[in-house]
Ligand binder design. Structure first.
Ligand SMILES: Nc1ncnc2c1ncn2[C@@H]1O[C@H](COP(=O)(O)OP(=O)(O)OP(=O)(O)O)[C@@H](O)[C@H]1O
Ligand SMILES: [Mg+2]
Length: 227
């Protein structure tokens, strides 16, 4: 089972680390890149951001890459991700998270980024509790929110963010992502299998990679059984 180490690659291993590694999403990425450059050059206070679009098309990936671009090495301790699985109850939002966004960045980082994934899972009241975190104003704390359904995000939250849309990825885009991932698996995948993964992925890179990893596991199972 020599190749199993590489086959046990995860979605996380295949996540692009930089904005230019993200396939498609050209409008959102170009805008993020411009903002990152202006912030880094000290010409713009970093805005709060709100990403919306279907699952698995690059929102979390873009948030992390953008954070790396503007934080540099400080990204390790200055980027805080809060998923729906974390405790984001009203009490925690009011008592801990929002007060945290009011404190100065740690070590001598210029700013801190709080990334709220699946923000549409927050109730209207919870979104209301988050509002003060979007009103810091001195540019040392930035919020990035991500959601699937923009219409589940309250108007006052939307209006305090730069809103960027992420769309489904074309079949050509999915193909590029797969072509990039396959060599990392160190395994040969038939063209027909790639085609089937493209079709079944339904324009979601996450789904495509998940299906690819599954196919790769079958291929290697076959080949170890044959030898
Ligand atoms: N546009 C893209 N280009 C390259 N890889 C991508 C792209 N979108 C997604 N991926 C791959 O799919 C995985 C999941 O993407 P990501 O976590 O960014 O999705 P998401 O848009 O945040 O989804 P959700 O709405 O479910 O949170 C990433 O680890 C990455 O490998
Ligand atoms: Mg996400």
């Amino acid at each position: 089972m020599e190749s199993s180490g590489r086959l046990r690659l995860s979605l996380e291993d295949l996540r692009p680390a930089t904005l230019d590694g993200i396939v498609e999403q050209a409008g959102a990425i170009a805008r993020l890149d411009r903002i990152a450059r202006a912030v880094t050059a000290g010409r713009l206070l970093p805005p709060n951001l709100l990403f919306h679009g279907p699952p698995g098309v690059g929102k979390t990936t873009a948030a992390r890459a953008y954070a790396r671009a503007i934080l540099g090495e400080a990204w390790e301790f200055s980027f805080h991700q809060l998923d729906a699985s974390d405790d984001r109850s009203l009490e925690v939002l009011r008592g801990r998270i929002v007060p945290q966004t009011r404190t100065a960045p740690i070590r001598n980082a210029a700013l801190r980024i709080f990334f709220f994934d699946e923000a549409d899972a927050l109730t209207a009241e919870e979104q209301g509790a988050l509002r003060p975190a979007l009103e810091g104003g001195d540019g040392t704390t930035v919020m990035i929110l991500a959601c699937n359904r923009l219409n589940r995000i309250a108007e006052p939250i939307q209006s305090r963010c730069t809103v960027l849309e992420f769309g489904p990825v074309s079949e050509a885009g999915i193909r590029r992502i797969l072509a990039d991932a396959i060599p990392k698996l160190g395994i040969r995948i038939e063209d027909a299998t790639v085609q089937s993964v493209v079709t079944r992925s339904n324009h979601s890179p996450r789904e495509a990679i998940r299906l690819l990893l599954e196919e790769a596991a079958f291929v290697s199972l076959d080949s170890t059984e044959r030898t």
